[in-house]
Design a protein around this ligand. Structure first.
Ligand code: BV8
Length: 250
């Protein structure tokens, strides 16, 4: 698809070239081309009969800690096998070309940092870290402890993944920093998210209210689409490299 076919116009590229501050929000669509299923993708195998929204909750962990821990182990294995894709790498290049750049991700797979992005806020935590389900402190299983879930080495309570579940508050300082970056940017890029999960999904409108230009990169329409100044229809791994390329060519 050509640049114009993706919706990358000269007007957009000239705004991006002149942008002082760019804030990006990513969702699981950015990791889809790395082989990490999105939340909307049907789950496979043993997990096909479960809805992610049902498993990613404190209630599910309370009810069946073993099931939830095993679901996260399955996802951790997928993430370990995944590699950053051209979409992740284009955002690394973007960060190097823009004076003030912040990447707020809803993803818990750590792929942005593995690709080389530096100014990253993990709004929903990181699936590769564990924490004590009672003390809330970061903790890892004792070496060789195969119990499911493993006990916290400190207090013996179950360990849980260090992610924000539905019904849990996002880390206050992290979300405050993301909000501030949304309010203080010239361009806000929303990439690979269904824009359904709050409060992360409130960031683009917060940016627009502060005068930022809103750009959405997504193969599908989302509730954000009608409010975007530019809609780039396509996959992150295809669109973002072309967008960054446009920044290069004088
Ligand atoms: C909270 C970690 C309050 C766990 C996740 C209004 C205000 C505040 C809260 C709410 C509200 N309304 C409702 C709520 C409750 C809830 C919520 O938003 N529910 C939704 C379902 C309506 N929010 C919460 O519970 C939040 N907590 O508000 O707490 C509070 C306050 C004080 C004290 C106590 C409580 C917590 C939300 C975080 C939940 N945790 N993840 C884990 O991963 O296991 S959310 C999880 O789902 C992901 O992190 C992600 O954020 C979300 C899925 O969204 P997407 O990333 O967008 O993925 P999705 O699959 O939906 O879409 C993929 C998109 O990519 C699609 O558009 C697709 O077209 C596109 N795509 C596909 N391929 C590609 C692509 N795009 C580009 N390239 C491709 N190749």
């Amino acid at each position: 698809m050509s640049d114009a076919g993706m919706g990358i116009t000269n007007a957009l590229t000239s705004v991006l070239r002149g942008a002082r501050g760019v804030t990006v929000l990513t969702g699981s669509g950015v990791s889809a081309e790395s082989g990490v299923p999105t939340f909307r993708d049907a789950q496979t195998g043993l997990w096909a009969r479960y809805e992610p929204q049902e498993l990613a909750t404190p209630e599910a962990f309370e009810r069946d800690p073993r099931l939830v821990w095993e679901w996260y182990q399955w996802r951790r294995d997928l993430v370990r096998q995944a590699e950053p894709n051209p979409g992740h790498r284009a955002l690394v290049e973007f960060e190097r070309r823009v004076p003030t750049f912040l990447l707020a991700t809803q993803n818990v797979d750590g792929l942005h940092r593995r690709a080389g992005s530096e100014n990253v806020l993990e709004l929903h935590g990181n699936i590769m870290r564990s924490k004590c389900s009672v003390e809330g402190v970061e903790a890892e299983p004792r070496t060789g402890d195969e119990s499911v879930p493993p006990p916290c080495p400190g207090c013996g309570a179950f360990l849980r993944p260090d992610v924000v579940w539905f019904g849990e508050a996002l880390p206050e300082d992290v979300f405050a920093a993301a909000s501030e970056a949304a309010r203080n940017c010239d361009v806000f890029l929303s990439v690979g998210t269904s824009s359904l999960v709050y409060p992360a999904a409130s960031l683009p409108s917060e940016a627009a209210r502060s005068g930022a230009m809103l750009v959405e990169v997504n193969p599908d329409d989302t509730p954000l689409t009608p409010h975007a100044d530019y809609t780039l229809r396509g996959r992150a791994g295809e669109v973002l490299p072309v967008l960054v390329d446009a920044l290069r060519t004088p």
